[in-house]
Design a binder for this molecule. Structure first.
Ligand code: RB5
Length: 150
């Protein structure tokens, strides 16, 4: 199950991504917003991130104008590694190396076709583990207040 959320600026792109998920037979849960009325992205980004952190959803996609606000919100939730991606290469590498469990997109920055490529790459790329697991574990430790030794 994929959590998905957007703010008013990204409703159209969210619908496009949901179409892509439908085409691929992937289930998703839409945490809003559902209109183009101006709204506060932290509400919707938090709902999606919480669902991933709690295990209700396996991964999440959050979309706002730049993707920055949504990624900041998601990364405040314990256990979330949300990557803001504007290109498919970053989407591939953030799965392979960072095990990013959430993806942020900027609807006012990234065109729909590129966004689709980003999502497909992010969905299809497995985490490589190994030395990258060590580094992801270090991120988790930082989250718990244990910074890495210098
Ligand atoms: C909304 O105007 C805009 O601030 C929001 O979509 C997002 O880009 C914030 O980071």
């Amino acid at each position: 199950m994929i959590a998905i959320a957007c703010d008013h600026s990204a409703l159209e792109l969210k619908k496009e991504i949901e179409k892509l998920l439908d085409d691929r037979g992937l289930a998703y849960k839409d945490f809003g917003t559902h209109t183009t009325d101006s709204c506060h992205y932290p509400i919707y980004g938090y709902r999606a991130a919480k669902a991933v952190a709690d295990g209700e959803c396996d991964r999440g996609i959050v979309i706002c104008g730049t993707g920055i606000g949504m990624s900041l919100v998601a990364n405040k939730v314990e256990g979330i590694r949300c990557a803001l991606c504007g290109d498919p290469y970053s989407a591939k590498m953030t799965r392979a190396h960072n095990d990013a469990n959430m993806l942020a997109l900027g609807a006012r920055v990234t065109g729909v076709e590129v966004a689709r490529m980003i999502v497909e790459m992010w969905l299809d790329t497995p985490f490589e583990g190994g030395r990258h697991q060590t580094r992801v574990d270090m991120i988790t430790e930082i989250e718990k207040g244990n910074g890495p030794e210098q």
